[in-house]
Write a protein that binds this ligand. Structure first.
Ligand code: PHB
Length: 368
């Protein structure tokens, strides 16, 4: 099949062998100290035929922790183990960006050594989390001081430096999914009255300052950002999402980024009345650069997105999770392995079930 998806592409100065991006996915296979494990290197290397891999969300500090066994990039030990992951992917001819993340209010004091989670305002998100002391609802977070805002911005900068030392090809700032940057953007979670709340300009400040900081470490051509203007995860929402996300997307034009990675709403988000239905067309109205489409795309729909110019690239989560050789399967029009939801989130470090044991097409054929 002569799919556009399988043709090469350019992101900034990087040449991608195809337009299939492996989407960031939380898999929880790191140690309890956030150190990447050997199975993570194997998992990512297995998927090196993606045009680009974007890693799972990775903590920029201990306070970024939202889930047990997520990896971090704030210590030398973590960076060193990440370099093993990068080497394994590069050896297979792949490219890999690290997703930098702060969970903000999507956390719990029992994950944070008794400290309260940080957020723009003292407003709890909805939902619950697994913690060492069982399942807990999200707590009412501590409103960040101006000092703490500066500190977190600097943590993104330090993490970006370590990502460079670890030999990543670039970084993605996680501005989506109801985590800290998203909490600053949207007014359901940001009631501040200082320079970081209120107007669209003020609510975008945190995201833009983080981007400026990491772009002093990395060439901006190697920096992307992920946004989810219509997703309601953890109680997210905004009284005028067109305004805040339109403003932010316009401002991003000044930075010369590698790409903007746009999530589309889920059926539940649409039922909840979210108004930006077509996030790609929306982004195109404001942003002139490269777009990656994300959100449960299948092959034919993804191909249409590329052919009609709605986005330059498409990222796949579940399909890459269950099919390490997804581009090859698309090429041969082969059947796909089903993803097993029971093993999405690891039973701790080194648990390979539902992680590195999905067979490649060749393995399936060999088994008959
Ligand atoms: C995402 O990039 O959309 C993403 C990553 C990790 C999560 C959730 C969402 O836990």
């Amino acid at each position: 099949m002569n799919l556009e998806l399988l043709k090469s592409a350019q992101i900034g100065d990087l040449s991608l062998k195809n337009k299939l991006i492996m989407a960031p996915m939380t898999r929880l296979r790191a140690t309890s100290n956030g150190v990447p494990t050997d199975v993570m290197a194997q998992y990512y290397a297995q998927r090196a035929t993606a045009g680009l891999i974007i890693t799972e969300c990775t903590m920029v500090s201990p306070m970024s922790l939202g889930y047990m066994n997520v990896p971090g990039i704030y210590s030398q030990e973590q960076a060193k183990s990440w370099s093993t992951v990068c080497d394994a992917v590069h050896k297979e001819g792949g490219l890999i960006f690290l997703q930098l993340w702060h969970s903000g209010r999507v956390s719990h004091s029992s994950l944070l050594d008794g400290k309260m989670p940080l957020a723009p305002s003292s407003i709890a998100g909805t939902g619950d989390l697994h913690t060492p002391t069982g399942k807990h609802n999200l707590e009412t977070p501590k409103k960040m001081s101006l000092e703490e805002i500066k500190e977190v911005t600097q943590q993104f900068g330090s993490a970006a430096k370590l990502a460079k030392e670890a030999n990543f090809d670039g970084i993605e700032i996680h501005g989506a999914f109801g985590y800290l940057i998203d909490q600053f953007l949207q007014d359901v979670s940001n009631h501040r009255t200082d320079n970081y709340g209120g107007s669209t300009e003020n609510r975008s400040r945190f995201a833009l300052e983080i981007l400026q900081t990491v772009c002093s470490v990395w060439d901006s051509k190697r920096v992307g950002i992920k946004l989810s203007p219509s997703n309601t995860f953890y109680g997210m929402g905004d009284s005028n999402p067109e305004l805040i996300f339109g403003y932010l997307l316009s401002e991003l034009n000044n930075l010369g980024l590698a790409y903007v990675h746009m999530m589309r709403p889920t059926p539940e988000d649409l039922k909840a009345g979210q108004t930006i239905v077509d996030t790609l067309s929306f982004a195109r109205r404001f942003y002139n650069g490269t777009l990656i489409a994300n959100g449960g795309f299948e092959k034919i729909e993804a191909e249409t997105v590329i052919e009609t110019g709605l986005a330059e690239l498409v990222s796949f989560g579940r399909l890459f999770l269950a099919n390490p050789d997804l581009p090859e399967r698309f090429r041969c029009n082969a059947s796909l392995n089903d993803a097993d939801g029971r093993t999405f989130y690891g039973a701790g470090p080194d648990s390979i079930k539902g992680y590195t044991d999905y067979p490649s097409l060749a393995e399936t054929l060999a088994r008959g």
